[in-house]
Design a protein around this ligand. Sequence first.
Ligand code: UD1
Ligand code: UDP
Length: 362
Amino acid sequence: MRLIVVVGARPNFIKVGPLMPALLEAGVDARIVHTGQHYDTGMSGVFFEDLEIPEPAWNLDVGSGTHAVQTGTAMMRLEELFGSERPDAVMVVGDVNSTLAGALAAVKLNIPVLHLEAGLRSGDMSMPEEVNRLVTDQLSSMLLAPTQDAVVSLEREGTARARVHFVGNIMAESVLKNLDRVADRVVCDRYGLETGGYVLVTVHRPENTDHPDRMADIAAALREAPLPVLLPAHPRTRPSLAAAGIAEGTSNVHVVDAVGYLDMLALECDAAAIVTDSGGVQEEACMVKTPCVTVRRSTERWVTLEVQANRLVAAEREAILDGLAAALDSKRSWPRPPRWDELVSARVVKALDKGIEPLAGC
Ligand code: UD1
Ligand code: UDP
């Protein structure tokens, strides 16, 4: 089978980390196209190195832009590529603009779309990712679901059951396959912090970064946190942090450049708690048993709330501080969600072996 795997942004790279070796070992002729949505070394190259991901066969240099510009440019370049390569199928992962562009470009050429991380729903249509997920799932012939609630959501939306495969969470597989590699990696001391003595924070969702009032609340909570804060900043976050009065050297808040995957995993393991609005970080916190506080209106990672690894709080100073106090107080004894294990990529290969259910008319 000739498969093109579309990636573009940071969380995509981590998802294909464990997937590519499994596909290649199973004899799938799988090649990566990088749309170029993320392009800085710290947002892209470092993940290919850390996770030993095969070099992309193509890089489309799409870069930054508004949603329509970014998605449209990626679609145009992917259409040309898919048209000349005519793969048997296209795999898209996650919920970023490159995911949607890959699905749209492929389906219109009657090339089946396989979606890894299908069925997650936040119920919040103001999130660009929710739009991307919903449309991508509608266009997909094979829906590879990370959780049981994702399977239920797809069923509720009327997706044919034969197209849905409960493969589990590929982010969990990536964590499990890399934990040994970070066992002796102490990253926090680079920042003058002690193991178990800091709160790790990431913020990058537009629902926070694009709202100065919410960023002001987040900044106030971080300044008052009971432990020092380490905040590896996504490039889009720096200006809004600065506007909220948090810069590199702000008292107990250490703002640093975004870090690579292995450093991040080590930091997650060694943190006393994590405060985030990231999807992937919520899942990793659950896997490494570090209590998490999610600062958002909703989450599509419901299962992390269910197992009590995570708590959802509004972007308000008091709510964040209360959530953090509860997280720091909590026991790290929750169970791992079903199929968050090392066999996810193997289940994807098994699903491919069963064959792809074509969409009506295709
Ligand atoms: C995108 C995804 C989001 C995901 C995140 C992962 C969409 C709609 N959003 O958001 O779901 O959680 O990636 O990190 O696809 N920039 C750089 N260097 C880079 C990349 C981006 O400086 O290498 C800056 C640019 O100013 C750019 C901004 O970050 O305009 C936003 O990048 P973009 O890819 O549009 O969205 P993200 O916020 O990264
Ligand atoms: N991540 C990283 N370095 C950082 C911040 C995040 O390696 O400085 C990793 C994190 O460990 C997780 C992934 O990026 O694997 C999550 O991506 P992100 O938060 O950008 O996007 P989301 O998951 O919210 O779509």
